[in-house]
Ligand binder design. Structure first.
Ligand SMILES: Cc1cc2nc3c(=O)[nH]c(=O)nc-3n(C[C@H](O)[C@H](O)[C@H](O)COP(=O)(O)OP(=O)(O)OC[C@H]3O[C@@H](n4cnc5c(N)ncnc54)[C@H](O)[C@@H]3O)c2cc1C
Length: 382
């Protein structure tokens, strides 16, 4: 069900990804969640179907399908397995800053292997004392001869321990506030760069959340993103503006997967001599959540379409789409689990996994409160 008019190409993308997701990814979803191991076999499937580089133009090795298609890819994969969709979303998050701000040389070197999935990427901004308040970051980078020397610690970095290439945000100027932040492309074998602990967590368990430690880490000068100091905060904001649209795609997917399962269950589960789907209490709950989900979908697709217009300001709409879709995903997965009664609480059914995974969506790439700040500021002080 969708009133938003997709182009024929976008519709084909959805159909193809749905088929791949149902046949090749869904059967692995419970085990991936149980073991919490990075799904290398799923990465191979994503590579085979060229699903990692939708927002990267063909000249840099991507498919150039754009944000709406990327949103559909995230949605269809998250519908069956959020951990697998996180591989796509994280890769995109790592590529975007390079596409937005990289020099031609940086784009030519790093984007093709990331877009194809030959190499994995990560995006490292968050620190133990700098989460929502990214401007409080303490990781520093000082130029010494032809190298920047990085010192500091990042944490909660998705795919940080499996990535070949990490975009790292650090201070090149301690006195200039937000203007003193720069971004660097750091390769995994760079001297002084190590991985610390990998978190144990509630959901998206196979999307590793790693601590990255930079201890006199020697980064070649040419790996300063865009070759300009002080541009880091602007790159970060532009990356997140569009990234939020793709996060909304993850929310739509996990919510749709949960709703589909609950509806099918409610048609079959008999209590008091009737399928529970015949009870008005269940019908109202399903109707309300389905309506919210469709509203979230229309908003997310509108924001994605805006992101596809190159000069389109997607900031406010992107934040709205992420805020609304992630909160809806939490509500839908929670109520879908309710429809299954006690069975929903058990690991034999996918609802408890979906609810745990959905919980991440109101945190990653800015919490719901931060989305409200972005929207509120645009309305009241912009
Ligand atoms: C599974 C997972 C994967 C992640 N992946 C990455 C990644 O790949 N790269 C990366 O850099 N980071 C990543 N993160 C980090 C994520 O972006 C941060 O956790 C998030 O931005 C919140 O920061 P924090 O955890 O420090 O919470 P805090 O910033 O300490 O927030 C705590 C609470 O205070 C609220 N709050 C904070 N400031 C305000 C305010 N001004 N007004 C109102 N409320 C406020 C928040 O909304 C939240 O409810 C990941 C996190 C998770 C859980």
């Amino acid at each position: 069900m969708s009133q938003f008019t997709l182009t024929q190409e976008q519709d084909q993308v959805r159909q193809l990804v749905r088929k791949v997701a149902e046949n090749r990814i869904a059967p692995r979803a419970p085990e991936i969640d149980q073991t919490g191991e990075f799904p290398w076999d799923i990465l191979a499937v994503l590579r085979e179907h060229e699903l990692l580089g939708a927002v990267i133009p063909p000249e840099y090795g991507g498919s150039g399908l754009g944000y709406l298609s990327a949103c559909l890819i995230n949605e269809e994969i998250a519908r069956v397995c959020m951990n697998s969709a996180m591989v796509v979303a994280t890769q995109c998050l790592a590529m975007k800053p390079i596409l937005i701000a990289g020099t031609e040389q940086q784009k030519q070197t790093y984007l093709p292997p990331l877009a194809s999935g030959e190499k994995l990427g990560a995006f490292a901004c968050t620190e133990p004392d700098a989460g929502s308040d990214t401007g409080a970051m303490r990781t520093v980078a000082s130029l010494r001869g032809e190298r920047y020397v990085l010192n500091g610690t990042k944490h909660f970095i998705s795919a940080g321990n499996v990535a070949d290439v990490v975009v790292v945000f650090a201070r090149t100027e301690t006195s200039q506030g937000l203007k003193g932040i720069s971004a660097f492309i750091v390769e995994k074998d760079t001297p002084g760069f190590t991985c610390g602990r990998v978190e144990k967590k509630l959901g998206v368990r196979a999307s590793p959340s790693a601590e990255l430690i930079f201890s006199d880490c020697q980064v070649p000068r040419e790996n300063l993103l865009g070759g300009t100091e002080g541009a880091g905060m602007s790159v970060l904001m532009r990356t997140l503006d569009r990234g939020r649209v793709l996060q909304a795609g993850l929310s739509l997917g996990v919510a749709q997967g949960a709703l589909d399962f609950a509806v099918s269950y409610a048609r079959q589960r008999v209590q008091f001599g009737r399928p529970i789907g015949n009870f008005q209490g269940i019908q109202f709950m399903v109707a309300e959540r389905a309506t919210e989900l469709e509203a979230a979908r229309q908003l997310a697709y509108a924001a994605a379409a805006r992101a596809d217009q190159h000069d389109g300001d997607v900031g406010t709409l992107g934040a709205m789409s992420k805020l609304f879709a992630s909160e809806v995903a939490l509500k839908v997965t929670s109520d879908a689990m309710r429809v299954l009664g006690g069975y929903g609480y058990m690991q034999d059914y996918p609802l408890e996994r979906m609810l745990r995974d959905a919980r991440f969506l109101i945190i990653g790439e800015g919490t719901s409160e931060i989305q409200k700040l972005v929207i509120g500021r645009a309305l009241l002080t912009g």
